[in-house]
Design a protein around this ligand. Structure first.
Ligand code: ATP
Ligand code: LTN
Length: 340
């Protein structure tokens, strides 16, 4: 497809922080929908490394993870010929617009963000200004590209609403500048829960590896983690199991892997022991992740191919982003460089 035609598709944009290990929650809540929606949109998929440094990262790990996450985007089925994939820090316009948007974001709004409150608790020795103003950077990621749709998990709904408020505020203060984006939050799987604590969400940088399924876990680890996942004091699946946090979460995971709904999975396994269902779930997971992992290892063994895609993605993104950024600078009264 020629570049002109590609540019006419509506824009879909999303990003994941290169922290921890890409987890099943990230796949189900976000990446799966990137893959499913890519035909009808021009997809912009970002490895958001500037977001990841809001908590301390080991430099060598961060460096490796950026490439590894990009390879996992591709292994999940993102077509690099038809989409734009890049590392956030390669496109300086993100940091530039985020400064401007910080000046259009109120502290009262940032004070309400639950991710900030959660992460402040988890990293109470490093509650830095970046962690606090992070939603302005996320808004910049999205608004730079005149994005139509943002597929994310339920935990990002609040940041998306703030992005829309910032866009409207700017548009109303000056004149229409930013497209106001819509969220895409899936009906099932928008919040996959931790395997050991079904009251908290599965998080890829959880200190306890048993809380999450890494997309790169080998089969024996996958089986062990599912076997140990918490359920409840009952032993058999019933239609009501979908409402029980632990077993309900496992039913949701099974339903996503098998293109079904949690309700029909509960029906299919009605009367069966939890242990039997867990065995079937582990089989599904292994069958799903094996081809993903093969593809991932192939991509990682050809770094020239991978960095080529990321370089090309960054070039294309810079071009798109600079158009919005210069418009913003002009509207707020910054003098264009070189102007007499
Ligand atoms: P971390 O633990 O490193 O902060 P995270 O697992 O919360 O990370 P993010 O990088 O914050 O992951 O999120 C990437 C995408 O995955 C977002 O769209 C987010 O909504 C989605 N996501 C994260 N966790 C889950 C989950 N448990 N269920 C569904 N979607 C999720
Ligand atoms: N804030 C998100 C990650 C993120 C994002 C984005 C998601 C950064 N920029 C742009 C969608 C669109 C998170 O913590 N999960």
């Amino acid at each position: 497809m020629d570049a002109g035609k590609k540019d006419r598709k509506p824009i879909l944009l999303s990003g994941i922080q290169p922290s921890g290990h890409l987890a099943l929650g990230n796949y189900v809540g976000a990446m799966r929908n990137w893959v499913n929606l890519q035909e009808d949109y021009l997809g912009i998929f970002i490895v958001v490394d500037l977001h990841a440094i809001t908590v301390r990262q080991k430099p060598a790990d961060l460096r490796n993870r950026c490439l590894s996450f990009a390879a996992q985007y591709l292994a999940a089925g993102i077509d690099p010929e038809e989409n734009v994939i890049f590392i956030q820090s390669h496109v300086p316009q993100h940091a530039e617009l985020s400064w401007v948007l910080n000046c259009y974001t109120y502290m009262g709004e940032l004070n309400r963000m639950t991710q900030f409150k959660d992460k402040s608790k988890r990293h109470d020795d490093n509650i830095n200004a970046g962690l606090y103003s992070y939603p302005a950077l996320m808004a910049a990621d999205i608004l730079l590209y005149q994005t139509d749709l943002v597929p994310v998990g339920a935990d990002q709904k609040q940041h998306l609403e703030l992005t829309r408020d910032i866009a409207n505020r700017f548009n109303n203060t000056y004149s229409p500048t930013f497209k106001v984006p819509e969220p895409f939050i899936p009906k099932a799987g928008a919040r996959i829960m931790s395997l050991q604590d079904a009251d908290k969400k599965m998080s890829k940088s959880d200190d306890n590896e048993n809380n999450y399924i890494s997309l790169l876990d080998p089969p024996d680890v996958l089986r062990r983690k599912i076997k140990r996942a918490v359920t409840d004091s009952a032993r058999e699946i019933t239609p009501d199991s979908v409402n029980s946090s632990g077993i309900g979460n496992l039913l949701t995971i099974y339903s996503v892997l098998n293109d079904s709904t949690p309700e029909s999975v509960a029906q299919k396994f009605e009367g069966q022991m939890y242990s039997n269902f867990k065995g079937e779930l582990a089989d599904s997971l292994v069958a799903f992740l094996e081809p993903f992992q093969d593809k991932y290892h192939k991509i990682m063994s050809d770094k020239t191919y991978l960095t080529g895609i990321l370089d090309e993605g960054a070039e294309r993104a810079k071009y798109m982003a600079s158009r919005t950024l210069s418009k913003v600078h002009r509207k707020i009264g910054l003098v264009a460089p070189g102007r007499k």
